[in-house]
Design a protein around this ligand. Structure first.
Ligand SMILES: [Ca+2]
Ligand SMILES: [Ca+2]
Length: 80
């Protein structure tokens, strides 16, 4: 997942907005077309992910530095 790199900045917000609203019915998250912004890895980009994103927004190397994402490169989705 690109969005969860070292810092949570405006570029991440742009990526997040582009992916917001994706779900199993609208451009589903798959291993070939991953969802940048699916913070909780439940296969969509919705309000729950926005809450997580907001709580981390503004973090950087001097301000509460981000550890490596718990899920490494990103979420694992079923291939289609
Ligand atoms: Ca999600
Ligand atoms: Ca969700």
């Amino acid at each position: 997942m690109i969005i969860y790199s070292r810092a949570t900045l405006g570029t991440d917000a742009v990526l997040f907005k582009e992916n917001f609203g994706r779900s199993e019915f609208d451009r589903p998250c798959t291993s070939i077309d991953i969802c940048n912004g699916d913070m909780d890895c439940d296969g969509d980009v919705d309000g729950g992910d926005a809450a997580i994103f907001k709580s981390d927004f503004g973090r950087n190397s001097i301000n509460n530095s981000c550890p490596a994402s718990e899920v490494g490169e990103g979420c694992v989705y079923p291939s289609q």
